[in-house]
Design a protein around this ligand. Structure first.
Ligand SMILES: Cc1ncc(COP(=O)(O)O)c(C=O)c1O
Length: 300
């Protein structure tokens, strides 16, 4: 693992943050998870735009501004020096006094990690992962807006823990109304009567960048695709279901609560997955060709 911290890149085991950081103490901060495919960082500017929106929502200053952060991300990816990688960009509120008050934290902290990630066992990527409906509901936007990719991921972590303890790979989270929000850290799609459907962000989903790419690719392909409020019924009745995310990529859903989902064949998902692979080539920023000068200006 390589980590950008305090203005330089170090090995993972040498990266340290003070225990007074409010990201650690209170989950106060935002993050992005991004992927490098064949030495190209997928949709970097979309990730940065989402990060900026989340930071604004928390009234959190982005250290060095977005152009600087862009260079930090690319420099970290380059230092990790692999064709395939996962990048985790974190902006925490920074160090402050004990007590939740963010105004005691003068300097937000920027950290960027580059490593490998594997969310599900390799064999499940073909066979389909198992989901269980979580007993934890996704918080409503007036509690904690799920569109903010914040460091407060306790809801996601507890849903995942419950799913694992129940012997499943992944959790399906419903919102307070019982409608599907998403999985713990991935968006959900179903195919019904040849139509691609995914819950709207207002039902408790993150506006995923992989999700948006899949909707775009469906449009290009002439496949009808809509955001629609969905229930468990739609999964049980689906021809196909799959998850999307920067960490997860495109993962078929094999079962929900012990019942098989879909017909077993996944022509729509497979077509979209192929198109997505081509898109990672088109919509990627090469990690090797960047302006070295800009990264030196970031303090971290
Ligand atoms: C809660 C949540 N939902 C969905 C996603 C998928 O979003 P993206 O495709 O932008 O990675 C993520 C991030 O991986 C997430 O944390």
């Amino acid at each position: 693992m390589k980590v950008w911290i305090d203005g330089r890149i170090v090995d993972g085991e040498d990266a340290r943050i003070p225990v007074t950081d409010h990201g650690f103490l209170y989950g106060d901060g935002v993050f992005e998870g991004m992927r490098v495919y064949r030495r190209k960082l997928f949709r970097l500017d979309d990730h940065l735009a989402r990060l900026e929106a989340a930071a604004r929502a928390l009234d959190l200053r982005i250290p060095g501004g977005l152009p600087g952060v862009r260079q930090v991300v690319l420099a970290t990816a380059r230092a990790f020096d692999r064709d395939e990688a996962y990048l985790r960009l974190v902006i925490s509120r920074g160090s402050g006094a004990l007590g939740v008050d963010p105004t005691t934290c003068p300097s937000p902290r920027l950290v960027c990690l580059a490593d490998e990630i594997r969310l599900y066992p390799e064999d499940k990527l073909l066979a389909g992962i198992s989901l269980v409906t979580s007993s934890w509901r996704r918080p409503s936007p007036d509690v904690l807006d799920p569109r903010v990719k914040s460091l407060n991921y306790l809801n996601n972590a507890l849903a995942k823990l419950e799913a694992r303890q129940r012997g499943a790979d992944e959790a399906l989270l419903l919102n307070a109304a019982g409608h599907i929000a998403e999985a713990s850290v991935a968006n959900l799609f179903v195919v019904r009567d040849g139509v691609l459907l995914t819950p709207p962000a207002t039902d408790g989903a993150l506006e995923g960048i992989t999700r948006r790419s899949i909707l775009e690719l469906a449009g290009r392909d002439g496949l009808p695709a809509f955001e629609r409020t969905l229930g468990r019924f739609d999964l049980f009745a689906a021809e196909e279901a799959f998850l999307t995310g920067s960490g997860a990529r495109i993962v078929p859903v094999g079962s929900l609560d012990g019942r098989p989902i879909g017909t077993g064949s996944r022509p729509v998902m497979e077509r979209l997955a192929k198109a997505f692979e081509r898109l990672t080539e088109e919509a990627g920023t090469p990690i090797d060709a960047v302006d070295e000068g800009a990264s030196a200006t970031i303090g971290g």
